[in-house]
Design a protein around this ligand. Structure first.
Ligand code: ATP
Length: 349
């Protein structure tokens, strides 16, 4: 299987190495193809997201991406289009998603017995819309003392996201979809998002549907995590809500994710490059390892994906080898080796 590798910055290279070790323990054959993005893109092509990298990703269709930081960009990034025009994106991550036409960022988060107390029964998957909302980057200063941003919601993107959430629920034995929004204040934008979710929900009578204001959702997930199953979220609320869920589970290092489009998918941890712990060999690799499992399931290797997930949860539940973010003293590769070992020699219950 050909898989693109975006090594990233900060803890990126360490957690990529750990993830490759675990994926290879499944005995599937991988051809890892380095993708020149960020520093490597600048070095080879003079651009952090060269069209060569975008085309390579479109050709391979599958990639593992570590977190990225490109300080010099200060966020914004201009990408030339085939017709000669230019699109300015608010960040490199945003540019990758939109250049590849990836539209949903599923972020599953599970509590772990003994580690995530009192949130061990958290088991949710946030379906975050990733093409619009305030992250389209249409913002500007108005003189020295004001600034303005535009929040975009379209029926097409909201309906596509809602359909994805319901289809996922249907094919993964999930019983409920909750839409999070702030439609009482943002009547038009979040109002349209909610309207689209309701309209799609009416076509899936077997799946329960409800909606919550984002502030109420934050309160309820802390108090009663079991109320949440699949969550359909606009871009910004999904981004923030998933970090809250990772915190309840115990660490940002436990939250995997994917960016899915019609025929290309990029798998990445929900967390950032964690520059404060980079190069120390103590980063938690689990979010990217579980993202690797999502990649295998997406590519049709459900058995191998299940092996990685069971191995990861068994190492976590044992609690003997944990990285410092989870209260332990183990290193990144120690945890990865223990998971790889458990993949090769699964304990049959
Ligand atoms: P971004 O804006 O790119 O999401 P950020 O600055 O919000 O990044 P992170 O880079 O995710 O945040 O880091 C937030 C905190 O969580 C840091 O203290 C970091 O060390 C910690 N952290 C993030 N990921 C991990 C990980 N995999 N293992 C251990 N600690 C982590």
């Amino acid at each position: 299987m050909k898989v693109g590798i975006i090594k990233g910055n900060g803890i990126g290279p360490e957690i990529v190495q750990a993830t490759q070790l675990v994926l290879e323990a499944t005995s599937l054959q991988f051809e890892w193809i380095p993708i020149p993005i960020a520093d490597e893109g600048l070095k080879q092509y003079g651009h952090p997201l060269p069209s060569e990298a975008v085309n390579l990703l479109k050709e391979i269709k599958l990639a593992i991406k570590a977190p990225l930081i490109v300080n010099k960009l200060q966020g914004r990034l201009a990408c030339r289009q085939p017709d000669g025009s230019e699109i300015v994106y608010p960040s490199l991550n945003n540019a990758i998603r939109r250049e590849l036409k990836l539209f949903v960022n599923p972020r599953p988060i599970r509590g772990i017995s003994g580690l995530s107390e009192p949130h061990h029964n958290l088991d949710t998957i946030i379906m975050r819309e990733i093409t619009e909302d305030v992250y389209i980057g249409w913002e500007h200063r108005i003189g020295d003392h004001a600034a303005q941003a535009i929040k975009l919601t379209t029926r097409e993107a909201a309906t596509r996201l809602a359909r994805y959430a319901f289809e996922y629920a249907k094919s993964n034995q999930r019983s409920k979809v909750t839409c999070i929004h702030k439609a009482n204040v943002l009547n038009y934008t979040d109002g349209l998002f909610l309207e689209c979710c309701r309209s799609v929900a009416s076509k899936y009578p077997e799946i329960e549907f409800d909606d919550l204001m984002i502030d109420a959702a934050c309160f309820h997930i802390v108090k009663q995590p079991e109320l949440f199953d699949v969550v359909a979220a606009p871009n910004q609320y999904g981004d923030i809500f998933s970090d809250l869920c990772a915190g309840l589970a115990g660490s940002l290092g436990l939250a995997p994710g994917a960016n899915i489009g019609d025929d290309t998918a990029v798998f990445e941890a929900s967390h950032g490059a964690a520059p404060d712990i980079a190069g120390k060999g103590i980063a938690n690799p689990i979010a990217l390892i579980l993202s690797g499992a999502l990649l295998l399931r997406y590519a049709g290797y459900a058995r191998e994906a299940g092996l990685i997930e069971s191995a990861t949860y068994s190492v976590l539940e044992k609690g003997e080898l944990l990285t410092p973010d989870l209260g332990g003293t183990a290193g990144t590769m120690e945890v990865a080796s223990a998971i790889a070992h458990a993949v090769r020699e699964p304990v049959i219950a």
